[in-house]
Design a binder for this molecule. Structure first.
Ligand code: NAG
Ligand code: NAG
Ligand code: NAG
Ligand code: NAG
Ligand code: NAG
Length: 385
């Protein structure tokens, strides 16, 4: 199928003739997609300031490695979404919730730490989850589009901070969400089997939102599956009796993540049928993250289960305490970071270090872990199958 305005120069016909270009700005020489903006939906894996703007501060040493100050990210530095933005020479995404002088000219980030796909069982700060679950993130996006265009049309000082109308169909829409839906089950006394049984309903919630975003004109989708939650200290330390695999990851918890990913992949296959103008890339981030635990030396890491910024026990972790002051034997202790965050996979027991995020980005951007197997720069091309 061809669309008006699609460019198909002779030189890359061999490669591109089997794909349909769904987003127009494509480099004629390379076939690379020139995404002018990114709109991201998710949780702390891709939150660039939403939590901090709305709910909870992230104190030092968060941000210490790259930004040299807390930068609204649950890491010592950049997240995968930062490396994605950087790879398109786009600015780092501003959080939609950040109301102060914020520049949305090249996209917006709706992700907020502790967000779920389904309505959360409890809300921060008394409870544990973000009120900005995926349906709410969608509502914010649906409001963002007409509001920003009204502001642009009005002119004046705010106009240049808003994205151009044509960026909405041309943008890359990225998703990394679901980990907290599993966590919400595990940490509210559901059995592993009960959480597992809830996966199809979680995926339905995801699918509905992708369709709604498509119906607002989004065309290029980049969807991360969920990582090996059982390799993170907040899970295996909290459930010490869980069976461990040969790398020390809590096996049943990873199996639920794998089932989530199986159902997500099936849902993406169906979405391609239901959304004929969409290019949807499913990205197996699970395999990449797992390889950091199974083969850390290959990527320059050591002791991958041990937390960099934490306190106590075999894994330097009791609960999420990075940057807080705790009392141990009557003495106040500031929970700081390890000497070499660049040698660690996990930053605070829940989130990855910048070094790990960089390795993960380098792997997923190749297309080696994508379905269809197209690199990040080709993610506007629809595979007709
Ligand atoms: C907003 O960000 C874009 C991209 O980084 C930049 O070119 C532009 O100057 C910024 N606008 C303002 C008013 O700072
Ligand atoms: C889980 O069950 C334990 C023991 O029955 C109870 O003390 C705890 O409050 C429960 N937690 C939640 C989140 O329901
Ligand atoms: C999750 O459910 C699926 C489908 O019923 C099943 O095949 C799988 O073994 C279950 N996994 C766990 C860990 O319960
Ligand atoms: C706290 O006290 C326990 C028991 O006396 C001891 O094993 C532990 O090393 C102490 N921890 C610190 C940080 O001093
Ligand atoms: C994809 O993976 C293969 C096999 O592991 C590797 O040889 C190749 O270099 C990778 N491709 C890219 C672009 O990294």
């Amino acid at each position: 199928m061809e669309f008006p305005g699609t460019i198909r120069p002779f030189c890359f016909l061999v490669l591109l003739s089997i794909f349909t270009i769904v987003s127009k700005p494509v480099s004629a020489a390379t076939g690379y997609c020139n995404f002018p903006a990114i709109f991201n939906f998710g949780d702390s894996n891709s939150d660039t300031g939403g939590l901090v703007a709305s709910l909870v501060a992230l104190p030092p040493p968060y941000g210490e490695t790259y930004f040299h100050r807390p930068a609204g990210r649950a890491s010592d530095g950049r997240l995968i979404i930062d490396f994605i933005a950087q790879s398109f020479e786009l600015p780092y995404l501003s959080a939609y919730l950040d109301s102060l002088g914020t520049n949305f000219s090249h996209g917006a980030n709706y992700a907020v730490s502790a967000s779920t796909i389904r309505p959360p069982p409890s809300i921060l700060p008394q409870g544990s989850f973000s009120p900005f679950y995926l349906d709410v993130q969608y509502t914010q996006f649906s409001n963002f589009r007409p509001r920003t265009q009204a502001i642009r049309n009005q002119g004046g000082i705010f106009a240049s901070l808003m994205p151009k109308a044509e960026y909405f169909p041309e943008a890359l829409y990225t998703f990394d969400i679901g980990q907290n839906d599993l966590g919400a089950g595990f940490f509210t006394n559901m059995t592993v089997q009960q959480v597992n049984a809830s996966v199809p309903d979680i995926i339905n919630g995801f699918t509905t939102n992708v369709k709604n975003i498509y119906n607002l004109g989004a065309r290029s989708f980049w969807i991360h599956n969920t990582g090996p939650i059982g390799c993170l200290a907040y899970v295996f330390v909290s459930f010490p009796s869980a069976e461990r695999d040969s790398y020390g990851c809590a096996k049943p918890y990873n199996e639920v993540a794998q089932y989530f990913n199986l159902k997500l992949k099936e849902a993406v296959v169906q979405l391609r049928k239901d959304l004929p103008l969409a290019a949807i890339t499913y990205v197996d981030i699970y395999s990449v993250k797992y390889s950091l635990f199974s083969n850390p030396k290959k990527y320059g890491f050591e002791n991958p289960l041990v937390v960099c910024c934490g306190y106590g026990g075999e894994y330097n972790f009791r609960s999420l305490e990075c940057g807080s002051t705790i009392e141990v034997n009557g003495t106040q202790i500031l929970v700081g970071s390890c000497e070499r965050p660049d040698l660690r996979v996990v930053w605070d027991g829940v989130h990855y270090t910048e070094a790990a995020n960089k390795v993960i980005f380098d792997q997923i951007s190749t297309g080696n872990f994508s379905d269809p197997p197209l690199s990040l720069k080709m993610a506007c091309h629809r595979n007709p199958n």
